[in-house]
Design a protein around this ligand. Structure first.
Ligand SMILES: NC(=O)c1ccc[n+]([C@@H]2O[C@H](COP(=O)([O-])OP(=O)(O)OC[C@H]3O[C@@H](n4cnc5c(N)ncnc54)[C@H](OP(=O)(O)O)[C@@H]3O)[C@@H](O)[C@H]2O)c1
Length: 293
């Protein structure tokens, strides 16, 4: 029987590192800690080795097609397949920035990368495998206030071209200075990150339709407000606590759970409920900032 393989992107630190740690303890197979930076990745592996955990390491920059190709070739040659893929790598950027280059880079890493992974890595995921896209509360449809895009993204026949158009619509509005803050929730704070994560969660639904043929499940989730570098250490949960639900979803959840959007407590949330208040609120973060006086 072939060796089972789990891969976690962006796992040299934060939630990804904790997921690797948890999988090393429970998964009956090889766990890949991947990182876009060799020294940060190898340092993370050494720290885990000191705890008696032994993931394999490989370089993987999800926004760099060549890097993804190299990783694909490596896996193909060494194990010929992947059983669990957790797309965790991400960046948030500033809360109020609408500079075009920064928005483009945030969308590139958080959303465009999933198109590269879909093309190059999903074919390696074995039948009955599991994929988890780490999204955010910024990825729930209630983050969108533009009626045209609410309807388009809710359409049962939504396809990837529609989602790419949604992302392009946002970037174009930033470029030509017509971006309307009222199109997004919460005064459009973290605008590019919201658009990227909504696109990622929408893409998950579309990808599930394709992956159904091979009985592969793909879900997206919000991991909670977690104390990592991304939040400058602000949050309700440690990375180890936040890793519990992602690990549950790839190891223990019923295989019938497919194409869903899941909250950090493991509950399935209706992604289409655009009137609900699952959207990200900057006040949640600001309330956690320690009082300076
Ligand atoms: N923390 C939260 O409260 C929170 C809330 C909602 C959603 N999330 C999501 O949870 C995931 C993990 O976030 P985190 O809080 O653990 O953040 P983090 O501590 O900043 O870790 C992010 C990881 O992603 C990696 N990364 C960034 N760009 C990459 C690229 N192009 N290729 C490969 N790796 C890349 C980073 O690598 P470097 O070390 O090289 O930068 C790092 O390993 C993200 O998708 C984030 O959007 C987090």
């Amino acid at each position: 029987m072939s060796t089972k393989v789990a891969v976690v992107t962006g796992s040299n630190k934060g939630i990804g590192l904790s997921i690797v740690k948890g999988l090393c303890k429970r998964f009956d197979g090889v766990v890949y800690l991947t990182s876009r930076d060799e020294s940060r990745g190898k340092a993370a592996v050494e720290n885990l080795n000191a705890e008696g955990l032994f993931p394999e390491f490989h370089l993987l920059d999800i926004a760099d097609r060549k890097s993804v190709e190299r990783f694909r070739d490596h896996i193909k040659e060494k194990y010929d397949g992947i059983d669990i893929l957790i797309n965790n790598a991400g960046v948030s950027g500033g809360f109020i920035s609408t500079h075009y280059d920064e928005c483009k880079s945030i969308i590139n890493i958080n959303f465009n990368s999933i198109l590269i992974l879909e093309e190059l890595i999903f074919p390696l995921v074995r039948d009955n495998g599991r994929i988890l896209n780490i999204s955010s509360d910024c990825g729930h449809l209630s983050n969108i206030r533009n009626q045209y895009w609410i309807e388009k993204l809710s359409n049962i026949d939504l396809n990837m071209d529609d989602i790419v158009q949604f992302v392009d619509w946002f970037l174009q509005s930033v470029k030509d200075n017509t971006f309307n803050k009222e199109d997004l929730a919460d005064g459009a704070t973290a605008a590019a990150y919201r658009v990227a994560k909504v696109a990622l969660s929408a893409a998950t639904i579309v990808q599930q339709r394709e992956l159904d043929k091979r009985n592969i499940s793909i879900n997206s989730m919000h991991p909670g407000l977690v104390r990592t570098d991304m939040t400058t250490g602000i949050g309700f949960y440690s990375a180890d606590d936040a890793a519990k639900t992602p690990i549950y979803l790839v190891l223990d959840a019923p295989a019938s759970l497919k194409g869903a959007y899941i909250w950090h407590d493991g509950k399935v949330v209706d992604w289409y409920d655009y009137k609900s208040d699952y959207y990200f609120k900057i006040s949640t973060v600001l309330d956690q900032v320690p009082n300076k006086d």
